[in-house]
Design a protein around this ligand. Sequence first.
Ligand code: DGL
Length: 271
Amino acid sequence: MDKNAAIGVFDSGFGGLTAVRELIRLLPGEDIIYFGDTGRVPYGSKSRETIKKYALQDSRFLLSMGVKYIIVACGTASAVAADTKEKLTVPMTGVVNPTAAAAVKATKNGKIGVIATAATVASHAYLRSIKALSPSCEVAEQACPLFVPMVEEGCVDRDDIVVRTMVERYLGGLKGMGADTLILGCTHYPLLTDAIRDYMGGGVALINSGEQAALFAKSELERLGLLSGRASGGSTDFYLSDDTEKFGALAEYYIGRHLDGRVERIDIEKY
Ligand code: DGL
């Protein structure tokens, strides 16, 4: 495996940028190739078969770009298509297990809330992963299907009435159960952190799945001897399956820095 090759990251759209933001912070010398399946988002309301097909195509595209490692920065694909790993020639990390481990570490009262897409909640992947680590934890899961389109449209402001209303509607039950830890189990959701924190209160630990996947990937790349050794100057290139027009500005806003890598559209159905 070429240590100088890029790290591949994919998601259904903008959500995986939460992992990219953390990767750039942790490993500024690494090249990153991001694929956002903006033409087929959302994944969370699709069938298992479709999500598995998409996850395999996304991975094949990244492999065709010569990546050394793949981060599935999509909670839905991680939860439903974990077996994609067996079909690949490079190591792969999803978001579920690292995020569950961080939540188990963070909770003090053993009550963990999980918010994710409908497909992720139906898979109970987070529930199983938490219970495997800590059987006594109480876990409640809640699907939040409107959060993804809100993020894709840039509708994330904590003072926006739509954002506040939807946060209250989806999180009311979890607040009532007294969870002291909340897993943002879809990588789009950390982009709503301010509004979620306002509603849940500062005492609830919010676990960012994109961030946890990036942290875990870093330790795996170290363990496997796959880091390039460069301390800075890594590039980040973006490939999308739909229009690239609005991506650049929103990606810069979400990543919090100027991006000068390429932004290109590709035909994902070819992979
Ligand atoms: N960001 C993805 C996830 O983490 C996908 C959301 C969606 O496409 O529905 O689940």
